[in-house]
Ligand binder design. Structure first.
Ligand SMILES: *[C@@H]1O[C@H](CO)[C@@H](O)[C@H](O)[C@H]1NC(C)=O
Ligand SMILES: *[C@@H]1O[C@H](CO)[C@@H](O)[C@H](O)[C@H]1NC(C)=O
Ligand SMILES: *[C@@H]1O[C@H](CO)[C@@H](O)[C@H](O)[C@H]1NC(C)=O
Ligand SMILES: *[C@@H]1O[C@H](CO)[C@@H](O)[C@H](O)[C@H]1NC(C)=O
Ligand SMILES: *[C@@H]1O[C@H](CO)[C@@H](O)[C@H](O)[C@H]1NC(C)=O
Ligand SMILES: *[C@@H]1O[C@H](CO)[C@@H](O)[C@H](O)[C@H]1NC(C)=O
Ligand SMILES: *[C@@H]1O[C@H](CO)[C@@H](O)[C@H](O)[C@H]1NC(C)=O
Ligand SMILES: *[C@@H]1O[C@H](CO)[C@@H](O)[C@H](O)[C@H]1NC(C)=O
Ligand SMILES: *[C@@H]1O[C@H](CO)[C@@H](O)[C@H](O)[C@H]1NC(C)=O
Length: 539
């Protein structure tokens, strides 16, 4: 019954609003083949970065494995054939000092003057590494501490190697990382950890010294992981492209002289949580804003690729840590369905631009998190709206396990900054189309700006390549509005914690199972409610 009345309502809204809503009179052409610059993802593409101090919350330990987190990771794995890659790191990676005599996983002291969101004085013990054993079939990037430069911390780094490698042996290790955002070491808001004259060459010298020392420790503890083939890093993990260390100079100073970097990892935030003028519509639900933010990364990857042969790392370029607004996000923006839609556009713009993997950052109580792994007195345990964007990206990319059938992703330019579209091709044939409609529509009762008009539906017309003709399945990413923080579904499924611990639960009040017909002329018309996304599957 609920389904019927909702369908009727949708039909009504469609008819009443199309007349006076933006309508693209010209059909947007879809290329027959992937254009030459099409982006191809690494497998996995959809990945996470988990704040080092929050990892025990996210993963649990052997006595109490976090099955909720594991279910959410499995849901994504079901779409792409492979679970997200987990980078364990962030600011707290450079505060965590290992002490082999500590009998708990982590002891942290929060100093609200430095950050109310995470501890800035941290000791970890051997038990910390037990969290690497709780999620089956999951691979990791473990972040070693480079920031703390005292002798206790340096000895702790070397002592930690045996515990880290034992936990990650047997296929769990993807890569190592040494240091988080060293381009902010001299300027960090949580307190500088290097003197003002510390430069690219100083960083390169330190990085080489400690990666060699870690390898020596590894040769003793886990020789099977110390081979040229497996001893590989994410680097340099800079916060940005224009901070106090220049990434290009860093590679000119021969950071990769040991040839142990596997992937160039850079970090990106669209803006900051407390930056004046930041809004949901203007900063996140804005394709132009995403394009401008990523342009800096593309500039960097282009300049790296242009280095002379002997210094040219010639490696995949990824975002090893990213999210909407730095400083853990802003409530009312980073935790809303509008940010979910931003996440879809952002991730797909990255794929289409050949940024080949994206690790969405999260931590306990963070406002931009995809899920809260444990109950706290600040945030309820649960699946958060941004997770559904991760699901939509995974669904759009599909199976990534067959390297001969990876999708090629192409952006389809649309007239407004409040909308975005992408297509994918598999084996040279059109596979999927996604339209992301990003005009704000407020709905939540209690919001001062609840929109008191019916939700407009925007019609999108596409001209498909010759030969694409038939009836195709449509899957929708929906919520009541861009300000909604709950009630989100993808293709009619909820993954909410309270329903079944993060496992998919079909909702009977959401429309699904729709199809669209494409006739001989290849015209496709899609109706997309404001603040929602839709995927059409051609294969
Ligand atoms: C390491 O932890 C043990 C046990 O808590 C403590 O006695 C010792 O002082 C710690 N070592 C350092 C260097 O802090
Ligand atoms: C270690 O860090 C401190 C700041 O925490 C800095 O004053 C000192 O110069 C650093 N030492 C080296 C060798 O980088
Ligand atoms: C969208 O982002 C672009 C680039 O940052 C900016 O110039 C434009 O003003 C933004 N739009 C709105 C409505 O704020
Ligand atoms: C590209 O990067 C270089 C080196 O980091 C920088 O000097 C330049 O301003 C950047 N250009 C753009 C358009 O971002
Ligand atoms: C919330 O929990 C933290 C630690 O779990 C505790 O230190 C703090 O006092 C609690 N705050 C309130 C208001 O209960
Ligand atoms: C609504 O407006 C009031 C008064 O201006 C303000 O205190 C409150 O935070 C606003 N609520 C929301 C959800 O924006
Ligand atoms: C939606 O609500 C926010 C405040 O929460 C307001 O700033 C924005 O203008 C509203 N959008 C629309 C389309 O009314
Ligand atoms: C979404 O809207 C429906 C229909 O108005 C309402 O029953 C439901 O409670 C809303 N959900 C949320 C999370 O606000
Ligand atoms: C569907 O029902 C769920 C559970 O009652 C509710 O949270 C959600 O908001 C509803 N969605 C719509 C679109 O009515």
């Amino acid at each position: 019954m609920a389904t019927l009345s909702l369908l009727a309502l949708l039909a009504l809204v469609t008819r009443t609003s199309i007349a006076n809503s933006p309508h693209h009179s010209q059909a947007v052409p879809i290329p027959r083949d992937p254009t030459s610059g099409a982006g191809v993802p690494l497998q996995p593409f959809v990945s996470y970065s988990i704040e080092f101090s929050s990892f025990p919350d996210f993963a649990g330990d052997l006595a109490n494995p976090n099955t909720f987190s594991n279910n959410l990771l499995n849901n994504l794995g079901a779409f792409t054939g492979i679970k997200p890659l987990i980078r364990v790191g962030g600011n707290t990676q450079d505060y965590a000092v290992f002490n082999k005599s500590l009998d708990t996983a982590l002891v942290g002291i929060v100093d609200p003057a430095k950050s109310p969101d995470y501890p800035t004085t941290i000791t970890i013990g051997p038990k910390y590494f037990e969290s690497y054993l709780t999620w089956p079939n999951t691979r990791y990037v473990h972040g070693f501490n480079l920031g703390r430069n005292g002798s206790v911390a340096r000895q702790g780094l070397i002592d930690s190697v045996a515990y880290a490698c034992k936990a990650l042996e047997g296929g769990k290790l993807a890569f190592w990382e040494l240091g988080n955002e060293p381009d902010l070491f001299k300027t960090s808001a949580q307190g500088p950890v290097r003197p003002a004259n510390w430069n690219e060459q100083s960083y390169v010298d330190e990085w080489l010294y400690w990666t060699r020392a870690i390898r020596t420790a590894l040769e003793k503890a886990c020789p099977d992981l110390a081979t040229d083939e497996l001893y590989k890093f994410y680097a340099p993990s800079f916060a940005g492209t224009s901070n106090s260390l220049n990434p290009i100079t860093t590679f000119e100073d021969d950071l990769d002289q040991d040839k142990d970097i596997a992937i160039i990892s850079s970090h990106n935030y669209i803006s900051g949580a407390t930056v004046p003028g930041v809004t949901l519509q203007g900063t996140l639900m804005n394709h132009t804003s995403t394009v401008a933010s990523i342009a800096k990364q593309l500039n960097e990857s282009r300049l790296l690729a242009a280095l002379p042969h002997d210094l040219n790392p010639d490696l995949p370029f990824i975002l090893g840590e990213t999210n909407s607004l730095y400083n853990q996000g802003r409530p009312g923006l980073s935790n809303t369905f509008g940010a979910t839609l931003w996440g879809v556009d952002f991730n797909l713009w990255c794929v289409a631009s050949n940024i080949q993997r994206v690790h969405m950052h999260q931590g306990t109580n963070y406002r931009y998190q995809s899920w809260q792994p444990v109950e706290t007195n600040i945030t309820a345990k649960g699946t958060k709206a941004p997770y559904y964007g991760n699901v939509a990206v995974a669904a759009f990319l599909g199976d990534l396990t067959n390297s001969a059938k990876l999708p090629s992703v192409v952006n389809i330019p649309l007239p407004s900054e409040r909308e975005a579209a992408y297509v994918s091709y598999v084996s040279g044939k059109l596979a999927k189309l996604i339209v992301i409609q990003m005009e704000e529509y407020n709905t939540t009762a209690g919001n001062n700006f609840t929109n008191d008009y019916p939700r407009p539906v925007v019609q999108y017309d596409f001209q498909l390549p010759r030969g694409v003709q038939g009836k195709y399945a449509v899957e929708r990413l929906s919520a009541n509005g861009s300000d909604a923080i709950t009630g989100v579904t993808y293709d009619g499924y909820s993954y909410n914690y309270e329903l079944n611990n993060g496992l998919p639960v079909l909702q009977n009040n959401v429309t699904r199972g729709q199809t669209v017909k494409v006739g001989r002329r290849g015209k496709l018309s899609l109706e997309v409610p404001r603040s929602s996304a839709v995927i059409v599957c051609f294969q």
